[in-house]
Design a protein around this ligand. Structure first.
Ligand code: CMP
Length: 142
């Protein structure tokens, strides 16, 4: 195992449910540490750029609309095996397939409004973190 960083978004539907604290507690209680955070509302351009790999998928426009529909909490999480651990804590993309006790099982409304985003690899994490955060905003908490 190695200490690494991953990127996380608490999405508009979870912010609306007022469960940001509960979601962060799930990360912290499993050993992940918040090392950067910004509460903001994404512009259409920023959301489109973030999800550019999905631009040809039928759900792309709807996804961008949803992600800009309200504020989000952008975070860097760090810890042992952070990428895989975050994905385990989040659960499957589709809440209907997410395991009991996962964030998406408990807080997602559907496959689109699925409460949280998490990087799918260490490489994606570095790209996504750089897309939203300046180097100086990333605190070392190792
Ligand atoms: P996320 O982990 O942020 O990565 C891409 C997002 O696209 C995903 O979570 C969902 O919000 C959304 N998404 C993925 N698959 C679908 C789908 N089949 N229909 C609608 N939205 C989807």
């Amino acid at each position: 195992m190695s200490t690494e960083r991953t990127f996380s978004i608490i999405k508009p539907n979870a912010v609306q449910k007022n469960v940001m604290g509960e979601i962060i507690t799930r990360f912290e209680s499993r050993g992940l540490r918040v090392s950067a955070a910004r509460f903001t509302r994404l512009t259409r351009e920023k959301a489109e750029g973030f999800y550019i790999e999905h631009k040809d998928r039928p759900f792309f426009q709807s996804l961008v609309h949803y992600m800009t529909s309200g504020p989000v909490l952008l975070m860097c999480l760090e810890g042992e095996n952070a990428v895989a651990l975050n994905r385990e804590i989040m659960g499957a993309t589709d809440p209907a397939k997410a395991a009991a006790g996962t964030i998406r099982k408990d807080f997602a409304d559907n496959i689109e409004a699925n409460a949280v985003h998490g990087s799918d690899s260490a490489k994606s994490a570095e790209r996504e973190l750089a897309y939203f955060f300046d180097k100086a905003e990333l605190q070392k908490r190792f």
